[in-house]
Design a protein around this ligand. Structure first.
Ligand SMILES: [Zn+2]
Length: 114
């Protein structure tokens, strides 16, 4: 029983291991040197750290997205509040106009009554 140093797979014979390395990892017997294994491991590490940094940037992006969503929600609330205030103000102004119109008519009636 021999174990592949690259992926940990256990095979029956050294010949089988050679076959496995050639077939699965694309390594040929004459390239089956520590240097090649090192390069291979470095490549695995590089890929792993690339995946890791991709994961980090994804979660950072998600955080930013969440913050933006919260901003949009709070802006929407502010906008709703602003609309309500404007509408109240308009009603008050309309009431005031009606009141001054009523006063003017009352004054006219008073003048006519004299
Ligand atoms: Zn292997």
């Amino acid at each position: 029983m021999v174990k592949c140093k690259l992926c940990g797979k256990v095979v029956q014979t050294t010949q089988g291991l050679r076959g496995h390395k050639t077939f699965v990892h694309g390594l040929h017997a004459n390239h089956d040197s520590p240097a090649v294994e090192l390069t291979f491991r470095q490549r695995i590490d590089e890929n792993r750290s690339a995946v890791e940094s991709e994961k980090n940037s994804t979660s950072e992006f998600r955080d930013r997205l969440e913050k933006l969503e919260n901003k949009v929600i709070s802006n929407t609330k502010l906008l709703t509040e602003l609309r309500r205030t404007v509408s109240e103000l308009q009603q008050r102004l309309a009431l005031k106009a009606t009141r001054s119109e009523t006063n003017r008519i009352a004054t006219k009636i008073e003048v006519l009554g004299k």
